[in-house]
Design a protein around this ligand. Structure first.
Ligand SMILES: Nc1ncnc2c1ncn2[C@@H]1O[C@H](COP(=O)(O)OP(=O)(O)OP(=O)(O)O)[C@@H](O)[C@H]1O
Length: 601
């Protein structure tokens, strides 16, 4: 197994944290790649769902109180969904999530912190809501329910409301204001909203609330087959783990049981988790197909289907697997389930494909990255291939000098896996602790790399597009597009790893003649975001005609409802609405090209 510099740091530090960020004095010696192969430590072979870098969840409430999972804050949902149980163990296969008949202790996903304290500390939410004040919002479709302004206006259920407070979410973000009421009335939804604007909660809250309140369902008997009620699909293992962690927080002590399955991790362990009961299944498509083929999972009882990064899930790479899961299994058809598709970008061609999965849906679009909030400062510099490394070095040195001498968390995107390894090696050799994440690394290595980056042990993460979407890593202050992607939508997702949840961030792109096809969409995007566009880029942009892929037609929105553009299924009079959240105006255009995905593991 290949071991990276990050792993070496982890091992050398032995948990003593001797190498703080930028702390040169205790820095372990650089370990060249040819000496890095060593027997994996138990930590490196960590079990799934270890992507959070906080303390291991402990059950500090239930264990001490002697209470069962009926919590001291709110009771679990009623036992509506007992499934057939062939285990003879008093739980298992499809028992309702949560309590194992009151005997299973539910780990506290909020860590060791005193939950009472968390609840009372409502002002400390890191999100900067002022940044969202004038974000334009557009909805279309028939009978769109009105948005809400507060969580209190929506009846999500007491236990879920308490978890929202524990998460320190004081008020809903724009995408949550609009999508939660839509989902609660059972409507299908295609939602396009900025990176880092809270889409995960937007689809999780209605699902958890719906399951909590759902009518008692008799789930079928199946020999070691489980029958989840909700399925959340996402394109990468890390993102699935992150969604799982988030969903577990939201579902804490609601009685709703959440399980994650993804490739690269031992399937037996995931099977054991499933057998203990599952209401919400979070999955990557490949592993789910495997489990469906082994008849370990049935989708017959699915009431909710959510696709995160839906445009990615429906592009050429994933579409066959998604169709297999959604159209060629026992999952109820559109109309028989509620389907929610979310992304920060929604090319028109993908919308067209996605409409196969939806029934009488509402389309929602919330202003795009930096469109009105200018949360991300975008810079583009002309750098020849041969100069990229020294240029990166200059940026990293400048960053260090500007601040406390500590290296801020910097995410560097490159085109290829080999390129990632080679840049990591070079950075480490030049005194910059770096690690990598890409598809040639084993899953434990990927997870370790992410933890090492999040903790600041290796404050530079060199990544392929596998890290471009969805990952919510606090305090990433700089995203460097060392190699620009071919598709402007990928650029949008990549820079969205910084400037999250209302915070500010910096994105620097290295541009040269190899990126000509991106000149115009990039210049337009930057202009709309009130960024300084270099004259040379404007010149290149005026030379380049739009290729189909990066053609744009949506302006400040990540995309617009393709049904409107095509006069397809035009909403009945009064059905659709244009709504500007606190101001803004109507803007034409968005990305319209379907486009091939750029390099992906
Ligand atoms: N109402 C809220 N109040 C405070 N923080 C919130 C709220 N909703 C979400 N957040 C926080 O905002 C951050 C970004 O949320 P999330 O990861 O869901 O964004 P996203 O829209 O899915 O981004 P991406 O498009 O990159 O996947 C998370 O840390 C989340 O906990």
């Amino acid at each position: 197994m290949r071991t990276s510099w990050a792993d070496a740091v982890d091992g050398a530090a032995s948990g003593s944290n001797s190498y703080g960020v930028g702390g040169a004095s205790h820095r372990p010696a650089y370990v060249p790649p040819h000496l890095r192969n060593r027997t994996p430590t138990p930590e490196r072979m960590a079990a799934p769902s270890t992507l959070n870098n906080g303390p291991l969840p402990v059950n500090d409430r239930l264990g001490n109180s002697g209470q069962n999972s009926g919590s001291r804050w709110a009771g679990p949902r009623s036992d509506y969904g007992k499934q057939g149980n062939n285990s003879g163990r008093g739980g298992g296969w499809g028992n309702r999530g949560g309590s194992w008949g009151g005997r299973e202790l539910e780990a506290n996903p909020f860590g060791n912190e005193d939950v009472e304290e968390i609840v009372s500390d409502q002002e400390s939410s890191g999100i900067n809501f002022d940044a969202y004040e004038d974000i334009p919002v557009e909805t279309s479709g028939v009978n769109v329910p009105p948005p809400v302004n507060t969580f209190a206006e929506i009846d999500l259920g007491e236990a879920l409301n308490l978890n929202i407070r524990r998460c320190k979410y004081v008020k809903p973000t724009p995408v949550q204001r609009y999508t939660i009421p839509i989902s609660l009335v059972g409507r299908d939804l295609m939602a396009c909203a900025q990176t880092g604007s809270g889409k995960t909660a937007a689809f999780c809250f209605p699902i958890i609330s719906g399951i909590m309140r759902g009518q008692a369902v008799q789930r079928p008997h199946g020999f070691r087959t489980v029958f989840p009620l909700a399925l959340i699909l996402s394109p990468t293992r890390e993102l699935s783990c992150q969604i799982h962690m988030e969903t577990k927080k939201f579902a804490y002590q609601t009685g709703v049981k959440v399980v994650v399955v993804y490739g690269g991790a031992p399937i037996n362990q995931q099977l054991r988790e499933l057998e203990r009961g599952v209401d919400i299944l979070v999955a990557t498509p490949g592993r789910l197909v495997d489990l469906l083929e082994r008849a370990k999972v049935s989708l017959q009882m699915i009431r909710y289907l959510a696709l995160d990064e839906a445009d990615r899930m429906l592009d050429m790479g994933f579409e066959p697997q998604i169709r297999k899961i959604v159209e060629q299994t026992d999952m109820p058809p559109p109309g028989g389930r509620q389907t929610m598709l979310f992304s920060a970008t929604f090319p028109r061609e993908i919308q067209r494909l996605a409409s196969d999965f939806l029934s009488n849906y509402i389309f929602l679009t919330v202003g795009r990255v930096g469109s009105s909030t200018d949360l991300i400062v975008q810079r583009v510099e002309f750098v020849q291939e041969t100069d990229k490394r020294s240029h990166l070095m200059d940026l990293l040195h400048a960053q260090k000098d500007n601040g406390s001498g500590r290296q801020p968390l910097t995410l560097v995107f490159v085109e290829t896996k080999k390129g990632a390894d080679s840049l990591e090696y070079w950075l480490c050799g030049n005194g910059f602790p770096a690690t990598t994440i890409h598809g040639d690394r084993t899953q434990p290595e990927r997870e370790l790399a992410l933890r090492s980056f999040k903790s600041g042990k290796t404050p530079i993460l060199v990544a392929t597009d596998v890290a471009a979407r969805g990952l919510d890593i606090p305090h990433v202050s700089h995203v460097v597009n060392f190699d620009l992607p071919n598709d402007i939508d990928d650029y949008v997702h990549r820079i969205g790893r910084t400037g999250r949840a209302g915070k500010t961030g910096l994105a620097t792109a290295f541009f040269n003649e190899n990126n000509m096809s991106l000149a115009k969409p990039l210049a337009d995007l930057m202009q709309e975001a009130n960024q300084e566009v270099p004259q040379w880029l404007t010149r290149y942009a005026s030379w380049g005609a739009y290729g189909g892929k990066n053609r744009r037609s949506g302006g400040r929105f990540g995309s617009r409802d393709f049904r409107k553009e095509n006069s397809f299924n035009r909403p009945a009079s009064g059905g659709g609405s244009m709504d500007y959240y606190g101001g803004g105006g109507a803007y034409g255009g968005a990305y319209a090209g379907a486009g091939a995905p750029s390099a992906w593991d």
